[in-house]
Design a protein around this ligand. Structure first.
Ligand code: PSU
Ligand code: MN
Length: 308
């Protein structure tokens, strides 16, 4: 526990000591991705899902300016109810630290902190990508996938993004995009997108072996695992397209951009689908937590020098 800015929970510290499987969980989804009180319920359900499938959950967030790996239930409550939390990606960590702020870590921020702690598997809902409204708004999530060797389990990228452009950037950066039991890159609420993945793998063990081979070759990138939303909760692309187009047009009209764009679109889509998108969002998050736990059981972890 000697790092000046990172603190492991006692449970995560013990799990790392004995090499027990761990799944990192992001927290921007709690602070900026979902409304209250569903956000707290989801945070708890994600942790339970990971435990039920044989791994230890490490929700990652900033509390009082410390990067925390693993939160207690009380901390989860406190965190999910606070309205003044920052959205923390790479460039925001130091600001949150000096201001002793609370912050939800994005996919990029969570990958960074998980990797610092030696955690290799991470579950989220959807990654950020290239925005439709402005092709220069490219999420740091993509750069982090190129540079941080972790496995990120997601349900694809939300159709609020320019999916073909997002996949092109990932290809340019050499990031494998693995379809779990699918040849098609899923589009978050929908199982279909008409776009291809770079490899299809059919079991958690196969994904773990793929990651091992990738990193043994000396590749530095992360691996994006795309796990389609369960059929029962999925919403066909045709149903989502007009809603996404409307939310995007509103964002442009209101001049919303930068860090605020993703949260704005998510909340407008929630309103426009009368909660149906929220239900889908929760289902796919749990589905990803389960797969991540199954993969983590096949991936050895080792405690970092600084934490011993
Ligand atoms: N996609 C979702 N829900 C989310 C996010 C993305 O379906 O909550 C969050 C993730 O934390 C992701 C971040 O890392 O939004 C991307 O934000 P930006 O586009 O500002 O990089
Ligand atoms: Mn952005």
């Amino acid at each position: 526990m000697r790092h000046p800015h990172i603190q492991l929970s006692p449970e995560i510290s013990r799990a790392l000591d004995i090499g027990a499987p761990i799944v990192a969980l992001e927290s921007t989804v709690i602070t900026h991705g979902l409304p209250q009180p569903q956000n707290l319920q989801l945070a708890r359900d994600m942790e339970k899902q990971v435990r039920d499938h044989g791994a230890t959950p490490a929700t990652i967030a900033l509390l009082d300016g410390k990067i925390r790996i693993g939160l207690s239930d009380q901390e989860l409550v406190q965190f999910s109810e606070s309205d003044s939390t920052l959205k923390v990606s790479h460039r925001d960590f130091a600001a949150a630290i000096v201001k002793k702020a609370n912050g939800g870590t994005t996919v990029a921020g969570t990958m960074f902190a998980a990797n610092m702690a030696g955690i290799k598997v991470f579950a989220t809902g959807g990654i950020g990508g290239v925005h439709k409204e402005s092709p220069f708004d490219i999420s740091t999530d993509l750069r982090s996938l190129a540079e941080i060797p972790t496995i990120v389990v997601c349900a694809g990228a939300k159709a609020i993004l320019d999916l073909p452009a997002t996949l092109e950037v990932l290809e340019t950066m050499g990031v494998p995009v693995v379809g779990y039991r699918t040849d098609e890159f899923p589009a978050f609420y929908s199982r279909e997108s008409g776009l291809n993945v770079s490899a299809r793998l059919d079991s958690p063990k196969e994904i773990a072996d793929f990651a091992k081979a990738h990193w043994e070759l000396g590749m530095k990138s992360g691996i994006l695992v795309a796990n389609p939303i369960p059929e029962a909760e999925s919403i066909p692309t045709s149903g989502m397209e007009p809603i996404i187009a409307k939310a995007s047009a509103e964002a442009v009209a209101q001049g919303i951009h930068g860090q605020a764009l993703t949260p704005f679109l998510l909340s407008r889509i929630g309103e426009l689908t009368k909660g149906k998108s929220l239900k889908a969002n929760l289902a796919l998050l749990l589905n990803n937590a389960r797969l991540a736990a199954e993969i983590a059981r096949e991936i050895p972890v080792k405690k970092k020098e600084w934490a011993i």
